[in-house]
Design a protein around this ligand. Sequence first.
Ligand code: ACO
Length: 334
Amino acid sequence: MSISARITGIGSCLPERVLKNTDLEALVETSDEWIVSRTGIRERRIVDEGQATSHLAKKALSAALTCAGLGPGDIDLLIVGTSSPDMIFPSTACLVQHDLGMSCPSYDVNAACSGFVYALHAGAAAIESHRATRVAVVGADALTRHIDFTDRTTCVLFGDGAGAVILEAGEEAGVLAVSLGADGAGADLLKIPAGGSAAPVTREVLAARTNYLTMNGNEVFRFAVNVIPRATIEALEASGLTVADLDWLVPHQANQRIIRTVEKRLGLPHDRVFSHVDRVGNTSAGSIPLALDDLYTSGRLAPGDLVALVGFGAGLTWGAAVVRWTLARPTKEA
Ligand code: ACO
């Protein structure tokens, strides 16, 4: 019998602290006008002292479990997509597993901003191959911990956040196809050079500030506007569908100009492409499940809708998932 993975629960978490563009004006030579016109971002949420990626991931997963009507003990595999783990090891997934009182195998996936789609691919594959029946898939990042708040070219872009979905085995088609890609030739375009085994943190590293994220913004922009339409079409073709069948595109929330360009290239109506980048900025692996949860809780996602989730990021990596939405609209009390 052919088994499919369906999304049966969703949840998300944003830290409480708001960082507005006007707050950044006090830190670097920038302006609200520049940030809004180049990125569409107006504010983002950032973690406070004492908070880390696992705290956001745990809250998002708790909410997804409640949405699915399940408890922590019902999950038989936990996968966390993150590139800002609490520590180099143990994995953030193990920290979340323990905090929530779970006992299943747990691991992290690092594909930067494509992390959620990569984790979804692994979770759906585990279900389709009968190796798991209920999988928790989380995308979570606290990238602002790795941002240089004296570098105006990067510090205006990122925020922190997490989202999670519960996948359950069923005969009804849910995750129809996931198409992934990677091109390590672009590894230098977006990276955190130091802090790993290539360049452990030393006084010299701290002085050169190479323990912070660096990016070639123009090249990443060019990559994104080409790869998102290509990956979306690839995943749709793998499902025997076309762009015309799509009810929603939920792209990685990096920059409103990227989202608008992609929307035009795919010929999608503006009101079918979800964006809330103005309120959250780029939350890396948290971005897609956060956006999906926002779309779901707003009541605009109906059972039967066809949704494409498309990410891109450091690596370079990219990934698109085509999902038939199977969750009922949220009740008012939820
Ligand atoms: N405020 C004011 N001026 C700025 C700022 C700022 N925050 N940042 C850069 N500038 C200046 C530059 O110094 C430059 O000045 P110059 O002309 O005197 O040299 C000018 O603005 C234009 O800079 P550009 O880099 O050409 O600006 P652009 O319009 O390309 O926008 C941006 C830059 C927003 C970074 C854009 O390239 C972008 O969004 N790229 C994609 C980034 C992205 O998606 N990254 C996430 C990947 S996901 C992951 O894995 C983490």
